[in-house]
Design a binder for this molecule. Structure first.
Ligand SMILES: [Zn+2]
Ligand SMILES: [Zn+2]
Ligand SMILES: [Zn+2]
Length: 320
């Protein structure tokens, strides 16, 4: 009887072997399931990183664009992101840029998903002019939802050629409210928030896109000090922060009054984030053609990375 309560050495070996392999199996399953989970989570794709005029910039004969005119592979598309939900196989684009045709096609080919609408930050050429491709002359789209704030909505409705998109039902304008979140799907939401900027034709917003994780997209803003919110605490609450990196520093456009085109210089943003651990979540986007950090080999780009910040790149993916 007593002998039966104990396992033989050989049996013990077998049990050990089984336990070890079972543990390995569970670890593997855990790793694999988290991978699958991440793969199924909504995500953001960076579709462009340049300021409104792109790079190279019309008529620029300076060093910043010299190489780019000779080599198309070095061209940088205008800043925009795609919001993709693989669960329902749909995607949205934030900002309809002059590069909209290639940006739309890139996401379609990459994912094979359906294009479900556009969100617009403001009425500066790099952020809404791509809407024209939805019109009669090109796509002849049918009621593509275009999400905009009130002034932007009025601007589109009352000015040609944009108004024709509404009259012909190529687009369907959906009005957003400041700080009011809308659900795109069960586990994906987007929220606009007002930011200070040169608002000649519309207000300007940034967006927070949220699922399990969250991302902030602010391609255009005047100086951080002009905002009634604190960018450091906002950044700390979000996993990824794609922030206005239009100019590297004040010396960038000699002969031009920089106060007419106020943006937080990258060096200023790096200074205010200096002692915040949120800096690793900052990705500069919307870089002007003159911004040396647009060139991945420049000492300015290396300095940004060395200080613990990032520069957004075309095709970057952020899982939410
Ligand atoms: Zn812009
Ligand atoms: Zn240039
Ligand atoms: Zn702007």
């Amino acid at each position: 009887m007593i002998a039966n309560l104990f396992l033989s050495k050989q049996q013990m070996k077998k049990v050990n072997y089984l336990v070890k392999n079972l543990a390995k199996f569970f670890l593997f399953a855990l790793f694999f399931s988290s991978f699958i989970l991440a793969e199924n989570n909504p995500y953001i794709i960076v579709l462009g990183v340049a300021q409104d005029g792109g790079a190279p910039h019309a008529a620029c004969e300076k060093e910043c664009c010299e190489k780019l005119w000779l080599d198309r592979s070095l061209h940088k598309k205008v800043s925009s992101i795609a919001v993709v939900d693989p669960n329902i196989k749909e995607f949205w684009i934030v900002d309809a840029t002059p590069d909209f045709p290639e940006q739309l096609e890139y996401v379609k080919q990459l994912t094979g998903f359906n294009f479900k609408g556009v969100f617009i930050t403001h009425a500066h050429m790099g952020h809404y002019s791509g809407l024209l491709h939805l019109g009669r002359e090109v796509m002849g789209a049918e009621k593509i939802p275009v999400y905009v704030m009130r002034k932007m909505k009025n601007f589109i409705e009352s000015n040609g050629p944009w108004s024709q998109l509404v009259e012909l039902n190529n687009i369907e304008l959906k009005e957003l409210s400041n700080d009011f979140e809308i659900n795109l799907t069960e586990n994906l939401s987007i929220k606009p928030f007002l930011v200070p900027h040169r608002d000649e034709f519309s207000e300007t917003v940034g967006f927070q896109i949220k699922s399990v994780k969250s991302l902030i997209f602010i391609p255009d803003i005047d100086k951080w000090s002009k905002w009634n919110k604190n960018i450091i605490s906002i950044a700390a609450k979000n996993d990824y922060n794609l922030l206005d990196g239009t100019f590297y520093n004040i010396d960038e456009l000699p002969g031009r009054d920089m106060s007419e085109i106020p943006h937080p210089f990258i060096v200023e943003t790096m200074k205010i984030f200096k002692s915040s651990s949120a800096k690793k979540s900052v990705y500069f986007i919307h870089l002007n053609h003159s911004n040396p950090a647009l060139d991945s080999e420049s000492k300015e780009r290396k300095n940004i990375l060395k200080k613990g910040f990032n520069v957004a790149k075309f095709g970057d993916k952020f899982y939410l």
